[in-house]
Write a protein that binds this ligand. Structure first.
Ligand code: HEC
Length: 127
């Protein structure tokens, strides 16, 4: 009985939160980022711990308050008030925020090129 309830709640959580991404959004994000995979990017966000500092919709538990919420980042004009918001610049920021802004609280986390492409793809879907 317990197991059944647990499984049911997992299914509900998956339906409610995780699979917000539509095929159209995933395809659009891939085109914008030169092949980034938004679904993998969503997982990578947790792998790197971006969720500890940012509120990010669609990512369970991403309620960090150290950095700004990333909702709507796909539509903003600037990244961190510094770089114009293009997919390439988003990847650059994710990989090397301190090359852009030496004193930013956002750390260099050794995000690989491919992972930054996938994460940027996910962020492009936040509109
Ligand atoms: C230790 C906390 C911390 C972590 C971890 C962190 N960030 Fe940030 N992030 C920040 C802060 C602080 C800013 C604001 C920087 C600024 O404006 O100078 C920021 C800014 C950003 C911005 C620009 C937001 C805007 O409103 O323009 C993006 C995009 C971003 N972070 C993505 C990420 C991603 C993706 C990860 C994980 C790979 C990550 N961050 C991990 C603290 C963090």
């Amino acid at each position: 009985m317990r197991t059944k309830l647990f499984l049911i709640s997992v299914v509900i959580m998956l339906l409610a939160g995780c699979d917000r991404l539509t095929h159209t959004e995933v395809r659009r994000a891939a085109t914008l980022t030169g092949g980034g995979n938004a679904r993998i990017g969503r997982t990578d966000i947790r792998k790197y711990g971006c969720n500890t500092c940012h509120e990010i919709s669609g990512v369970p538990g991403a309620r960090g308050l150290i950095g700004p919420p990333l909702d709507g980042i796909g539509q903003r004009y600037y990244i961190a008030g510094e770089l114009s918001n293009t997919p390439d610049n988003l990847m650059r920021w994710i990989q090397h925020p301190r090359q852009v802004e030496a004193h930013t609280a956002m750390p260099e986390m050794g995000v690989t090129e491919q992972d930054s492409r996938d994460i940027a793809a996910y962020l492009c879907t936040l509109r």
